[in-house]
Each structure stands twice: as structure tokens, then as C-alpha cells.
Design a protein around this ligand. Structure first.
Ligand code: RTP
Ligand code: MG
Length: 136
């Protein structure tokens, strides 16, 4: 059964010119891009997106970073799209991520790990509403 996931190419990924690389991996995997937008988040949108981390010590830095420059938001669709994109992305810690994954190939810092992917279909439904309120 087809599902949707929210992918972000975070400000570090855009700044470093990795948009094409990430999109290429999504497309080669066979997933379909059904929405895409370059935008700079305001603090309220960033806090809503990362609400689950509101009590964590790194929350302020996380909001600061994700709002610091443009990011690319995508809705990606396909069979088990949530799990499929998380596998492409690798682990939260890029050093522990296998080479061949986006984070394993392109990053060293947990705080600048190039991409976000929803962690469940409940999360993707919530996150897609935040980024593309009128589209789905
Ligand atoms: P994401 O939500 O961005 O796809 O990443 P994730 O599921 O792999 O990781 P999550 O636990 O949801 O954390 C969200 C983002 O917060 C930053 N983080 N920093 N300093 C820290 O200990 C720490 N832990 C997490 C990361 O950038 C992570 O992607
Ligand atoms: Mg997460």
C-alpha cells in the first residue's frame, strides 16, 4: 500500500549543494515526489514541526539551525515510503550511519545531518499538514 512521508533537505544540505544528490536517490529508489518547495521556516513552524523535542536540551539550537537558511520540503510517496526514506537517510548520528546512506556519505555532525524524514505514518500525516496545509 502506498504511503507518504515528509522529507526535508535541511539548510546544511541546501547550502552544500546536496539537493540534486538527495532528489536523485529518492528518484532512483523508485519513490515519487508529489510536492516540493524551497522555503525558509519561521520559528513557529519549526517549533511545531519539532514539537516532540520541545523539552530536550538541544531544542533551541535545533530551531535556530532549521530556521537559519532555506530548506527544501518534499512530500514523497510510495510503498512503505516512511521506512524506505529512513533507510536512504541512515541513522541520526552520521558517524554511525553506513556509507551508502545520505548521512553516512555526507555528514559528521548530529546537528547538521542533511535530511529529515518522518518516523511514522502518524508523524508524516502531522508534518505534511504543517508544510503543505492545502495540498493533501
Ligand atoms: P529527523 O527528525 O531530523 O529526521 O532526525 P531523526 O528522526 O533521525 O532524529 P530525532 O531524534 O527526531 O532528532 C531530530 C533532530 O535533532 C537533532 N538532534 N540533535 N544534539 C543532540 O543530541 C541531537 N539529537 C538530535 C538532529 O539533527 C536530529 O536530526
Ligand atoms: Mg525525527
Amino acid at each position: 500500500m502506498s504511503e507518504r512521508t515528509l522529507v526535508l533537505i535541511k539548510p546544511d544540505g541546501v547550502r552544500r549543494g546536496l539537493v540534486g544528490d538527495v532528489i536523485g536517490r529518492i528518484e532512483r529508489k523508485g519513490l515519487k515526489i508529489v510536492a516540493m518547495e524551497l522555503r525558509t521556516l519561521d520559528a513557529d513552524t519549526a517549533k511545531a514541526h519539532y514539537a516532540e523535542h520541545a523539552e530536550r536540551a538541544f531544542f533551541g539550537e535545533l530551531v535556530e539551525f532549521i530556521t537559519s537558511a532555506p530548506l527544501v520540503a518534499l512530500v514523497v510517496e510510495g510503498p512503505r515510503a516512511v521506512e524506505a526514506f529512513r533507510a536512504l537517510a541512515g541513522l541520526t548520528d552520521p558517524v554511525k550511519s553506513a556509507p551508502g546512506t545520505i548521512r553516512g556519505d555526507h555528514a559528521l555532525e548530529i546537528g547538521e545531518n542533511v535530511v529529515h524524514g518522518s518516523d511514522s505514518t502518524d508523524s508524516s500525516a502531522r508534518e505534511i499538514k504543517i508544510f503543505f496545509p492545502d495540498r493533501f
